[in-house]
Design a binder for this molecule. Structure first.
Ligand code: TYD
Length: 260
């Protein structure tokens, strides 16, 4: 069952009134750009990385941690964060998607994003809910741009008008050697019986994944304030601590020193 849709279903049954405001403490530094008509919007945080980099584990841990601290937070992903997007995900990642041209593939990812932003992400942010998104625009630049060879400027040009001009406040890039990532991803897919339905990118050659990784690293280099690189080797607890450290300015509840 899809964890992300389960979470959406739980959230939407509770969507009658205005969402709770995030707790504002005296230490909270509010960026004026985040004030929507006097109301603070949520932070938009994305997680990126090659297959098997552990981003889904880490984003879920962060979500659980913020939720237990009673922060208003939504966990979502691309592709597949909206009900229509869920169908696009099956098409994009399943065997049916093998016949897509690179351009058609790109436009379906962008279509998924437009629907996701309109239906899920933007309303949540405007209501003051933080949004954690597993993959976003950097994935399109890394996979369809750097790895498949589509023009980066063209991809960027598709993202210049609302709602597609939304940019993350922070991006965590879980960086890993593609050889290690692919071994992990294949083992996981076999364990979950996902090899056929979700194996499209895992079947690409190692060289493809190297281009994805190098693409991500150059995106991070070009935007070092937004994109923070985390070495994704080591125990998940260690990686979780590194991620928390890189987000504690946005979420003071993650500051370990504040917890005592
Ligand atoms: P994801 O669910 O994160 O897969 P995994 O957990 O196996 O890493 O992402 C699904 C696939 O979609 C992944 O191989 C990357 C690809 N993708 C793109 O190629 N372009 C995009 O714009 C996005 C959002 C994802």
């Amino acid at each position: 069952m899809d964890r992300y849709l389960e979470i959406h279903a739980a959230e939407s049954s509770d969507a009658s009134g205005g969402a709770a405001e995030p707790a504002l403490t005296p230490q909270t530094k509010v960026d004026p750009r985040l004030l929507v008509a006097g109301k603070r919007r949520g932070w938009f945080v994305t997680f990126e990385g090659i297959e098997g980099s552990g981003k889904t584990t880490q984003i879920t841990r962060l979500f659980d941690r913020l939720q237990s601290a009673e922060e208003p937070v939504l966990l979502t992903r691309e592709p597949g964060g909206s009900p229509i997007g869920h169908r696009l995900r099956t098409l994009l990642l399943g065997t049916e998607g093998a016949g897509l041209t690179s351009l058609a593939e790109l436009l379906l990812y962008v279509g998924d994003r437009a629907q996701h932003l309109h239906e899920i992400v933007d309303p949540a942010l405007a209501a003051g809910t933080h949004v954690l998104c597993d993959r976003y625009l950097d994935a399109t630049l890394a996979y369809q741009g750097f790895a498949r060879g589509l023009d980066l400027d063209y991809i960027r040009a598709l993202h210049t008008k609302p709602p597609l001009d939304r940019r993350p406040d922070r991006t965590i890039l879980l960086d890993l050697d593609p050889e290690l990532g692919l071994t992990r991803a294949r083992t996981r897919n076999d364990d979950l019986g996902l090899a056929r339905s979700e194996g499209r990118f895992e079947r690409e050659a190692l060289a493809f994944h190297r281009r994805v990784r190098d693409g991500y690293l150059s995106l991070a280099e070009a935007d070092p304030f937004r994109v923070r690189i985390v070495a994704a080797e080591g125990h998940p607890d260690e990686i979780e601590a590194r991620v928390a450290d890189l987000l504690s300015d946005l979420f003071p509840v993650l500051d370990v020193e504040d917890e005592s």
